[in-house]
Design a protein around this ligand. Structure first.
Ligand code: ADP
Length: 563
């Protein structure tokens, strides 16, 4: 007999352990879904694929699944058809907490006992059953709760390593709370099982309020899985009815977008403690690189230095920007270079170019802060990093203190950041890993039309026919464009259609972030007047910008360096 894996908090692990099973949680995200995609339907959600991938690639022979949703039913069907498991069981959970529900659940447990007895030859040991319960009390301390769809141990660890308070994973199995029944009977155990804080699959989910009414709960990371619609309502309720800051984190149950996840988490951390973003950056670096030590050392070296110059470097996916400011926060020099293959090289080159423009040397700088997608890779003599979300907010607020939302459209991502009257981030939303609604989308589609970035910026202004480009995916939009060109539609109208498609994406981010104007657009795409115009048409209000729009992240970083 091997380990018996389970996935759901309603799995009767105490009962199975009383029959000699070694119950192990099937946990963890995967790197890819190659096996799962070979044998499963492409419509399976990432969670279902992750279960399949693990079972198929890690030689798992015993598994108990629960009727959580259609995906888990499909996972069972696929594994059952493959016929490679020694023990595969599908438990019919009763989604009703009533006395009647407990009786039905006891009946289902009895079926499971008979199936496992036949497989293992073991009977229930009441002593082992009593010993199988464990109960741990949480210390009464402030914490950040992970709620929503099941968060794997790896994701919870990543969240815990980034946020500034202890983190409790309250999702699915991690929030398992089965009380030990006073006496052993299948019915009393069934009652205890279904009386846990309900998961979103139960008929009555009001008991979930317990999860977010704890006065020690200071913030929530709400996890959702792509294509799973069970948690949308709870998230919306929580957002509308709770005062604590909430970060919605969507994953597809792989670690492929770890970089984006960590940017969101770090920005949330900075949002929770807006006065000390650099401290949190250091906390986030629990990766053993020792960079925190270099920082302390550099800080000591610079302690007595008062040259009055500070630098910010934004190592973006497409271009690297450097800004130098004086002690009053005035921009005295800026430079931009393509990011290229080595972010450290381009960052150093951009900094040197900006220093040259200001007739300064690196020794004249009191402090440097890096931001952008390469922010943690760049190491410039103890520079520290702050996310581009906080930096764009700080930079944009300094350029125009009246704004309340920043729309940053860069090379490979776009963000909407809400700021208060002090320029602190109050919420934000970011596009996922797809390039829709970003500068890359405009570059690629412009290339398909044979237009340069500058021509794209002009072409979309004087449009006549409102063409809807329905595909926001770059690849599909390119073929749509080819059809429009074949129909001899005017370039102005096609470009306007593309701009509108970016504006639609941004509008949905605005909604997700709960943003309202006055708006300022930052990032390289802010140089595209026709995109700004399309946004203004869609939002029906002015979208401000600045000649420093593309440098806004680097400017914010320099302001953080000034402290
Ligand atoms: P990142 O920080 O991700 O590198 P940027 O904020 O520097 O991105 O923006 C880069 C994007 O800006 C490019 O992908 C391009 O689409 C757009 N862009 C840059 N220059 C111009 C321009 N002159 N006109 C229109 N768009 C531009």
């Amino acid at each position: 007999m091997s380990k018996l894996y389970y996935i759901c908090k309603y799995t009767p692990t105490e009962l199975l352990e009383a029959m000699g099973a070694e119950c192990v949680l099937l946990d963890g995200m995967t790197e890819s879904f190659s096996e799962a995609e070979r044998c499963g339907h492409p419509n399976l959600c990432g969670y279902g694929k992750a279960i399949l991938e693990k079972v198929l690639t890690e030689g798992i022979r015993e598994l108990i699944l629960v009727n959580c949703c259609d995906t888990i039913r499909s996972v069972y069907d696929i594994l059952h058809a493959a016929g490679k498991m020694d023990f595969l069981y599908f438990l019919d959970l009763v989604h009703d907490e009533s006395e009647c529900g407990a009786k039905r659940m006891a009946f289902e447990l009895d079926k499971l006992v008979r199936a496992y007895r036949e497989y293992s030859g073991n009977d229930i040991s009441p002593e082992q059953f009593a010993a199988a319960f464990s109960h741990s009390e949480n210390a009464p301390e402030d914490f950040i709760g992970i709620l929503g769809a099941r968060a794997s141990g790896a994701l919870a660890e990543m969240i815990g390593g980034t946020l500034p308070l202890p983190v409790r994973n309250l999702t699915c199995v991690s929030g398992r709370t089965v009380e030990k029944p006073e006496e052993f009977s299948l019915e009393s155990y069934a009652k205890a099982l279904i009386s846990q804080i309900p998961c979103m699959r139960m008929n009555d989910v009001t008991g979930r309020k317990m999860l977010y009414s704890d006065p020690h709960l200071k913030a929530v990371v709400y996890h959702t899985v792509k294509f799973c619609d069970y948690y949308g309502f709870e998230y919306a309720d929580l957002q509308a009815g709770s005062d604590v800051p909430i970060l919605k984190l969507e994953t597809d149950y792989t670690l492929q977008s770890a970089g984006q996840l960590s940017t969101r988490l770090e920005a949330f951390s900075e949002q929770l403690l807006p006065d000390r973003p650099e401290t949190m950056g250091a906390q986030a670096r629990t990766d053993g690189t020792g960079r925190g030590d270099i920082r302390t050392q550099q800080k000591k070296e610079n302690e007595n230095m008062t040259t009055g110059y500070f630098a910010g470097i934004d190592s973006g996916s497409t271009s690297t920007k450097a800004v130098i400011i004086d002690a009053d926060g005035k921009i005295i020099s800026s430079a931009m270079l393509p990011t290229g293959a080595k972010v450290s090289d381009s960052s150093l080159a951009a900094l040197e170019k900006a220093l040259k423009g200001a007739s300064l040397s690196k020794n004249d700088l009191e402090n440097i802060v890096t931001t952008g997608y390469g922010r943690k890779t760049v190491s410039l003599g103890g520079s520290r990093s702050v996310t581009e979300i906080s930096c764009h907010a700080k930079g944009a607020h300094a350029l125009d203190p009246g704004i309340r939302a920043v729309i940053d459209i860069g090379g490979q991502d776009s963000k909407v950041i809400c700021v208060d009257e002090n320029g602190s981030v109050t919420s934000f939303a970011m596009n996922d890993k797809c390039a829709a609604g970003t500068g890359r989308f405009l570059e690629m589609t412009g290339r398909a039309l044979g237009l340069s970035l500058e021509e794209m910026a002009e072409r979309g202004i004087k449009w006549k026919e409102n063409i809807a480009i329905s595909n926001t995916c770059t690849v599909f939009a390119e073929s749509e464009i080819i059809s429009l060109v074949a129909e001899e539609k005017s370039l102005d109208d096609i470009v306007h259609g593309l701009n509108r498609s970016v504006a639609v994406k941004i509008s949905s981010l605005i909604k997700r972030a709960g943003a309202s104007g006055p708006y300022m657009m930052t990032g390289g795409v802010a140089q595209n007047r026709s995109v700004i115009k399309a946004l203004e048409e869609m939002l029906d209000c002015e979208v401000r910008t600045s000649p420093y729009a593309q440098y806004c992240g680097a400017y914010g970083a320099a302001l953080y360096a000034r402290g």
